[in-house]
Design a binder for this molecule. Sequence first.
Ligand SMILES: Cc1ncc(COP(=O)(O)O)c(C=O)c1O
Length: 419
Amino acid sequence: MPQDLSIVRPQFPALARPEVFLDNPGGTQMVHASLDRMQRMMVDSNANHGGEFATSKHMDETVYEARQAVKDFFNADRAEEIIFGANMTTLTYNISRALARSFRPGDTIVVTRMDHDGNISPWLQAAEDRNLRIRWVDFNTETGLLDVEDMQNALAEKPRLVAVGYASNSLGTINPIPKIVEMAHAAGALVYVDAVQYAPHAPIDVQALDCDFLVCSSYKFYGPHAGILYGKYDLLDALPAYKVRPCSEELPDKFETGTGNFESVAGVLGVMEYFDWLGRTLGEEHYEKLSKKYKGRALTLKQAMYTLHDYDQTLNNALLDALKDIAGISIIGITDPTKLQQRVPTFSFNIKGKTPQEIAAGLARENIYIWDGNFYALEISRRYGVEGTGGFARVGAVHYNTLAEIQKFGSALKQIAAE
Ligand SMILES: Cc1ncc(COP(=O)(O)O)c(C=O)c1O
């Protein structure tokens, strides 16, 4: 990945603006290919699904193409395993309801204290509705790592399902999902993976992972507000969907409730087209290794994501450099430079004597945008004792951020800490 990013940044119209966008874990800027797809959809194909006329047929074709592209992005087996929805949270409410219908009172669901509430509350409420048990798995506040031993103990209780995040939106920690899936399957549990914070940063292969469900949100990776769910065909097919009677019983339709947000689905296709271009343009060094396993667009999309993942290590180092010497700072999660590959470039921190809100507002005055709060990772804020006192300040970089931007952020933060 060239560090001047000269061919990447012009793909993002918003990056012509003067701000430094380091608010990325909350949502990224949109890539031109995605905006273009959305506009074309609304001008040339603005019709509902299933009509006998050109605009409706074009719309259906675009959604079909988007589903095929996301299938390649995840290396899913079939396009019908991809469900589009409003966002991760809504999809999770939907699937958790359908799954809980097939669970029996007294069955256990495992959730973790490291997760975003989008992968906790739907399960807590499903448990309330169906008289299920919830088993919490903790994380270590010193290391920022999920307690895998506690997960093993939880699995000994023979849960029906484990809901777990791939990467934390607050700690930045990447969880060992391949290992967790293996452990959970050995115990007879299904695994529901929240990949919202992982998908923008690294390749996902759902067949290699063997996860049962995986969910993410396209606005976290350069597209519009839309959720994407992958589920194994046989599992989705067998699940009873909450749907209106005239809607088809077939996949994916039965889980795509109501009229789709077709323009957003078109936008997702645009993101896939951008990644395809990125993989072909910047991902050459990954070709040889990956071409043994992937072909066609599945290959170029993987080349793109491996390329972004490589640059993440540069971003991790740069962010840690920018943060580490700030007076009074406490950073949560992994800070050991030799272990940074276990995190995405998202760092939450506090500075003694400043509220997170003051830090974010101070940076905003310098045109540098970061988030403050609990980021809906409520249990993490509680475990560090900052829930109710403003949570954390959080900086998160993605592949369009330059090292100069991160240095600018570091200088401004140093100034704010000293005031
Ligand atoms: C890890 C994680 N999971 C779930 C969500 C919720 O996603 P959505 O806004 O698509 O419902 C977020 C949003 O920030 C997140 O960071």
